[in-house]
Design a protein around this ligand. Sequence first.
Ligand SMILES: CC(C)(COP(=O)(O)OP(=O)(O)OC[C@H]1O[C@@H](n2cnc3c(N)ncnc32)[C@H](O)[C@@H]1OP(=O)(O)O)[C@@H](O)C(=O)NCCC(=O)NCCS
Length: 184
Amino acid sequence: MVEYHVLSHHDLPSALRWQMLSAMRIQWPGVFSGDNRLSTHVCDEELHPTYVLAEQEGVLISFATVTWRELEHAGQMLSVYGLGDVFTFPPFRGEGYARHVVARATDHIRATDGDLGCLFCEPWLEALYVRSGWEAISPGITLIGTAADRRPFEKLRMMVFLSKRGENARAALSTVPLFVGDPW
Ligand SMILES: CC(C)(COP(=O)(O)OP(=O)(O)OC[C@H]1O[C@@H](n2cnc3c(N)ncnc32)[C@H](O)[C@@H]1OP(=O)(O)O)[C@@H](O)C(=O)NCCC(=O)NCCS
């Protein structure tokens, strides 16, 4: 039977961490370049990661990572939970595992005291996230890079609005570019 787990950084078993890492090296090779070429970290601990996993008999089927950061936008600080690293191993695709993982990750985000959830995806994956209540932000320009060298990020930005402060920022989040530094 497939089991779902929501785990903190320290509770992630090594065997599952290595499977995550192998998938990430294949799917997102750019992350493992330069100083990170031999990285064995699935996520920086300072981002307070939570891992949502579907697993059967120790075999990792699908996963996603939730991270936290504070972002300054339109003159105020917002507590933002990011959903990223959504991945299903190819033999298990099209069977609804990512949908379930995203639903559990979204439940986790909704249970926090954050202001917003935020993810980036290709436009053709919008429906996957809409099912869990995420909204595509339009025009929703996102800027990445360093504070001194910001450039547009071409992916679709999707968000969930958690707090009153997040809800109040809704209009500005579509019209005023959001600078996120390193995207997730
Ligand atoms: C995208 C990915 C996570 C989907 O995983 P999955 O377990 O096969 O997805 P599910 O079976 O749960 O599908 C859920 C929904 O996702 C969408 N979806 C999944 N694969 C899709 C595809 N190839 N094209 C279009 N939509 C797709 C559909 O809306 C689907 O809804 P449906 O059940 O009504 O058809 C998987 O293909 C993958 O790991 N891809 C590589 C990594 C990646 O691109 N991650 C996304 C980062 S934003």
